[in-house]
Ligand binder design. Structure first.
Ligand SMILES: Cc1cc2nc3c(=O)[nH]c(=O)nc-3n(C[C@H](O)[C@H](O)[C@H](O)COP(=O)(O)OP(=O)(O)OC[C@H]3O[C@@H](n4cnc5c(N)ncnc54)[C@H](O)[C@@H]3O)c2cc1C
Ligand code: FES
Length: 334
């Protein structure tokens, strides 16, 4: 039975050179109700109409291309946490530096199945040359092989690494509370650097997790952020009390106008639930932790489902915290 799409979500690719994508042709566009086969406009998109952009020739749209990269610098920050810089080249004039930008990386010569999504921490563009810096936490076959590689293949850029990302653009002068845990410290630093010039008042809470110590303490302080370091442990079964930094106290004390959660899904849940409990109605930005494979809305590995069973492609759809909570995905710990 064919799925009838009932909902439109902001799409990370909307208005980019990758839009409209294959999903427009298959009737599965994340954003456009007309491409979804409905007979009215329901997208609330303020950019150029995606439906109008459709390629009249029917040619397949250009997908993200793969390019070869050389690892030019490698710095071990902690056991299993390495910062790598990759020299590669730019093929088009797309954006590489906004928070939430990520690429798929694999060790050169390894099969496609080894591509892992990795967030970009820093990007330097010189003409058509790109230097991409990323934090790799070596966990399993994909990340371990990337961490030791001299040459890598790069596919990207992709932009949906942070849900609710647009709220960062209205952070001017706001108190921003950023909670960063484990490899989320990279994404958190990127957010702090993005909002710092807007006179945002930043409090960054860092839980180093497996790394044992904060990975970017000096860099975070350089943004002007107030930094707190401690454990944001998940509660143990039967253990109602926080054993580390108390999220509720942090929220009450900072009274933020924007909350950013860079960690596992359990952290997002605890932050969201605590905001609800204390009655804080501020926007929440949070890392996308779904298993990403194609990044193009096609393979299905990242799907979440609405209460009506409609699949939502989270590699493209920018979910708000309420949408995300309502969907029935399984939530990973860690
Ligand atoms: C948008 C995004 C940005 C990320 N940025 C970084 C980063 O900057 N640095 C970093 O070290 N890691 C990052 N990750 C996580 C990284 O992609 C996974 O740790 C990696 O894919 C694990 O593969 P593995 O073979 O090394 O380990 P495995 O042993 O296969 O898996 C270890 C853990 O990673 C999860 N995982 C496995 N495959 C994927 C996948 N394709 N997508 C997402 N999670 C997966 C597993 O569920 C498991 O929890 C990011 C993930 C996403 C979704
Ligand atoms: S990663 Fe393939 S559909 Fe989202």
């Amino acid at each position: 039975m064919q799925i009838t799409h009932q909902k439109s979500f902001p799409c990370a690719d909307a208005g980019s050179i990758y839009c409209p994508c294959y999903l427009a042709a298959t009737g599965d566009c994340v954003l456009c109700s007309q491409f979804q086969g409905r007979d009215f406009c329901d997208c609330q998109w303020c950019g150029v109409c995606v439906y109008q952009l459709d390629r009249p020739t029917g040619d397949p749209p250009p997908g993200r291309q793969e390019r070869a990269g050389t690892v030019t610098a490698r710095r071990e920050l902690a056991p299993d946490s390495v910062l790598i810089t990759i020299a590669t080249h730019r093929l088009t004039a797309e954006s590489w530096s906004a928070p939430g930008t990520f690429v798929f990386l694999k060790k050169s010569g390894y099969p496609q199945a080894f591509y892992a999504p990795v967030s970009l921490l820093e990007t330097e563009i010189t003409g058509d040359r790109l230097a991409l810096t990323a934090l790799i936490e070596a966990l399993g076959p994909k990340t371990r092989s990337i961490a030791e590689a001299a040459r890598v293949d790069v596919r990207g850029p992709y932009w949906n690494g942070l849900f609710g990302r647009r709220s960062l653009d209205i952070a001017r002068g706001t108190r921003v509370l950023i909670l960063a845990r484990g490899p989320g410290q990279g994404a958190a630093l990127n957010v702090a650097r993005y909002v710092a010039p807007t006179e945002a008042e930043i409090t960054m809470v860092i839980d180093p997790a497996r790394a044992g110590a904060p990975l970017f303490l000096a860099e975070t302080r350089a943004t002007g952020a107030r930094v707190l370091v401690g454990r944001l442990d998940p509660p143990l079964p039967g253990d109602a009390a926080d054993r580390g930094l108390n999220i509720e106290n942090l929220i009450r004390e900072t009274a933020p106008g924007l909350v950013v959660s860079c960690g596992a899904d359990w952290l997002h849940h605890r932050v969201g639930q605590t905001m609800e409990r204390v009655g804080l109605r501020a926007p929440m930005v949070f890392t996308n932790n779904r298993a990403l494979c194609c990044g193009e809305g096609v393979c299905g590995s990242c799907l979440l489902f609405t209460s009506d069973g409609e699949p939502i492609r989270t590699c493209k759809a920018d979910l708000g915290a309420d949408d995300w909570r309502r969907m029935r995905g399984e939530f990973r710990g860690g």
